[in-house]
Design a protein around this ligand. Structure first.
Ligand SMILES: O=c1cc[nH]c(=O)[nH]1
Length: 426
């Protein structure tokens, strides 16, 4: 009895089992949660960074290509989540094995901790700029930001949905208003369209940056949301709305604001425009919704890795993140380094998950409690390492797009290695 109660406590958000059909959510509420996740200031900052290297036409092209790529991955992962009802962490059991999954599902929390910390620090830094805080008060504000943002994730998916309903209209309105106001400051829209970047970047490089903005979550965390979808069409459409609609909007608004004001530090840009109160609302809504979903997914993955109550795990992560904000990861250079690393490391993982479901298992997994899973498998790990090597090699040869290279390499290599190691699981 005690054990049953403990395990029920650990499974309040279906972190250890499939979401049943009668608990699936409407298309509208899924789209709110996913779009609230995707709407984030770091996409605007990436747009600002693109403006240092691309002209406006190429920024639009890179944004479009990047989000198209992201949508394709997001749809394929969402379909797996919707069909199985499982979190990303539980999906990895089929490829990484019943014990291997515990190691594999540590990857998402580590990277999410990076995102969570960058975004909490950006928010704390922004508040510190507004109130003209010194370094100590800025440090305290950044730490408090990291602690407070996790509260919604502690409550669960319903709290995140309510937060999204409040946040999304204001984010759409305020990001457009920021772009329009900055065009006003520049004098004419032709200043944006005729702008010549100072430090040219290739379109492939720009596309990789855009892909980097959401590759982690489109390959992983999106499953934690779309497992609640009633059908695959709704899951796919919801994924596209968030990326092609939401992410593109913020990247482009960030680029326009940055070109107009000549500064890629978005928090600085917003303050230069004199939009103090609107910018506080913009920053608060978009960072809170994203970080709540971030830490929610992190806790689901950690539950799978450690088999402990996700609320205890969230608390530990929040304290860790609060301490890490003191390294000041809000600087644009840290963000770009992080994006580039993600654009290379995450796609092979997405390739493994997709290849396992669509190629090795031909689009069907046995229910989790009936599947005969090995404890450990070697093929996904070898695929990941080899794909990473291939990406780095091709990057040195300036061949193609790193994210695409990584995902294709893993999709092709994985089934071959599964055959070689005789590791197909039923
Ligand atoms: O929190 C975030 C922000 C951007 N992209 C992500 O994958 N996560």
């Amino acid at each position: 009895m005690k054990t049953a109660t403990a395990s029920a406590q650990q499974n309040t958000d279906y972190e250890l089992s499939a979401v049943p059909a009668n608990q699936r959510k409407s298309f509208f509420s899924l789209t709110i949660v996913w779009t609230g996740f995707v709407f984030v200031i770091t996409s605007m900052m990436a747009g600002g960074g693109l403006a240092a290297g691309l002209n406006f036409k190429d920024i639009i092209l890179a944004t479009f290509l990047g989000n198209l790529f992201l949508s394709a991955i997001a749809i394929l992962v969402s379909v797996i989540a919707c069909k199985t009802g499982l979190t990303f962490a539980l999906i990895t059991r089929y490829s990484f094995g019943a014990k291997g999954t515990r190691l594999a599902s540590l990857f998402v929390p580590i990277v999410n901790l990076g995102w969570y910390t960058i975004q909490s620090a950006t928010y704390g830094h922004f508040i510190a700029q507004i109130f003209d805080f010194g370094p100590v008060a800025e440090g305290i504000t950044m730490m408090l930001s990291a602690l407070v943002m996790g509260v919604f994730a502690l409550i669960g998916i319903n709290a995140i949905t309510i937060l999204g309903y409040i946040a999304i209209p204001s984010i759409i309105f305020l990001s457009l208003a920021t772009a329009i106001k900055s065009v006003g400051v520049a004098g004419a829209f032709s200043v944006i369209t005729e702008f010549i970047p100072s430090d040219p970047m290739s379109i492939a490089g720009g596309t990789t940056v855009v892909i980097g903005t959401w590759i982690l979550s489109t390959a992983t965390c999106i499953a934690d949301i779309m497992r609640y979808a009633k059908n695959m069409k709704q899951a796919a459409l919801s994924a596209i709305v968030g990326l092609v609609g939401g992410n593109s909007l913020l990247v482009i608004c960030g680029a326009i604001a940055s070109i107009a004001v000549g500064n890629s530090d978005l928090t600085g840009v917003l303050l230069t425009l004199g939009l103090v109160v609107p910018s506080i609302i913009l920053m608060t809504t978009n960072i809170f919704t994203t970080n709540a979903s971030n830490i929610y997914s992190t806790s689901l993955n950690l539950s799978n890795a450690f088999h402990m109550d996700r609320k205890i795990l969230i608390s530990v992560i929040l304290v860790l993140s609060a301490l890490l904000t003191l390294t000041k990861p809000y600087q644009i250079d840290s963000l770009f380094t992080f994006l580039n690393v993600l654009g290379v490391i995450v796609p092979p993982l997405a390739g493994i998950i997709l290849s396992d479901f669509y190629i090795v298992h031909r689009g069907h997994y046995a229910p989790l409690d009936e599947a005969a899973l090995r404890d450990w498998t070697i093929s996904p790990w070898v695929t990941w390492a080899l794909s990473y090597g291939i990406v780095v090699l091709l990057e040195r040869m300036s061949f193609g797009l790193s994210s695409l290279n990584g995902i294709i390499a893993a999709i092709v290599l994985y089934p071959i290695l599964v055959k070689i190691f005789k590791e197909k699981q039923d």
